[in-house]
Design a protein around this ligand. Structure first.
Ligand SMILES: [Zn+2]
Length: 331
């Protein structure tokens, strides 16, 4: 906080006391102001899910911004020169890790070399809670935000890291974390209930890339995808053919596109099933590796998961409230 805002606060409190017109403003910061926490620091998060955790836990005490925007695939994201400048200018960088930000390794090394903390919140979750990554034995499946109980652990790690960055705010961060974790527990309970209403034969989630294994394991959905854990490899025709057979055999009513992945291959599935006489709908666009537009409910972690749960359950024949857990989903 700078001197000007101390003065502004001083003016407000004087006005509140009805003395603004008669007393001069204090020229220097009063003693009470000197005891307030030091100026907020800035954190730049790679993906929006991580940025949301930083925002929730810091509660405005630390400026939280996100590098990778709406609809952008983090597996393929390469920072531009101005992105690199932003990364180097932040007081700390928070990322998911487990190679989600697959093409940012060198840049994160540069941030570390510049003496700035790089906090990989996904890598703080105990390894026995995580799923393997067949492409990279040294990393786990990075998509752990799809299970709110795991994301809750990642949020705790973020709170610890933020407390090291701003020790004066440790208690506030702990309070904010507890409130956020309570909301995640409620979200988790909603997801379990909603997915549980899907008829057993249709509990198959078919998506463009393999981002939903944690989600499926948590809520009892079989998960199939056209591409693997990363979007870097091309989808192959044999995989599409095998998925078409499964859709037909199981009479699965819908498949799903993702906002950060082209939907070409998903449409090929729908056409393939149609050619075999099975009508499969496009169930909607899921938020897999990117959240919705900043400033909207779907642009928060809670809204992202609520959106996914609600449209998956509805498209596969389950029963859910029209606008989701909080009545806030876009109609
Ligand atoms: Zn992914």
């Amino acid at each position: 906080m700078n001197t000007r805002s101390y003065v502004a606060m001083g003016r407000r409190s004087l006005l509140a006391a009805g003395l603004g017109a008669t007393l001069p403003l204090p020229a220097l910061a009063p003693a009470w102001a000197q005891a307030t926490p030091r100026a907020p620091r800035s954190v730049l998060a790679t993906v929006a899910m991580v940025g949301d955790v930083v925002r929730e836990v810091s509660g405005g005490r630390i400026r939280a911004e996100t590098l990778i925007g709406e609809g952008v695939d983090p597996h393929l994201f390469r920072p531009t020169r101005s992105d690199i400048a932003r990364l180097l200018a932040a007081d700390a960088v928070f990322a998911n890790g487990h190679r989600l930000e697959g093409r940012m390794g060198d840049v994160l090394d540069r941030v570390r070399a510049a003496g700035k903390p790089v906090v990989l919140i996904g890598e703080s979750v105990p390894r026995d809670r995580l799923r393997a990554n067949p492409d990279y034995p040294d990393a786990a499946d990075p998509h752990l935000w799809m299970d709110p109980s795991l994301w809750s652990l990642a949020a705790a790690a973020a709170a610890e890291a933020l407390s090291r960055l701003a020790p004066d705010s440790r208690e506030a961060f702990a309070d904010n974390l507890a409130r956020f974790q309570a909301r995640l527990a409620r979200l988790d309970a909603y997801a379990r209930e909603a997915i549980g209403t899907i008829p057993a034969n249709a509990r198959v989630l078919v998506t463009a890339h393999d981002a939903f294994a944690y989600f499926g394991a948590r809520y009892g959905l079989e998960v199939e995808s056209i591409q693997g854990l990363s979007t870097e490899a091309e989808a192959n025709l044999a995989a599409i053919e095998a998925l078409v057979r499964k859709l037909v055999d199981r009479r699965v009513p819908a498949v799903f596109a993702e906002t950060s992945v082209p939907d070409r291959a998903v449409r090929a599935l729908i056409e393939g099933a149609g050619a075999r006489g099975q009508r499969v709908a496009l169930g909607g666009n899921l938020f897999s590796d990117a959240m919705g537009k900043a400033g909207t409910y779907e642009g928060t972690y809670e809204g992202m998961i609520d959106h996914n749960v609600t449209i998956i359950a509805r498209a596969l024949g389950g029963r859910v409230p029209p606008r989701g857990l909080n009545g806030r989903l876009a109609a």
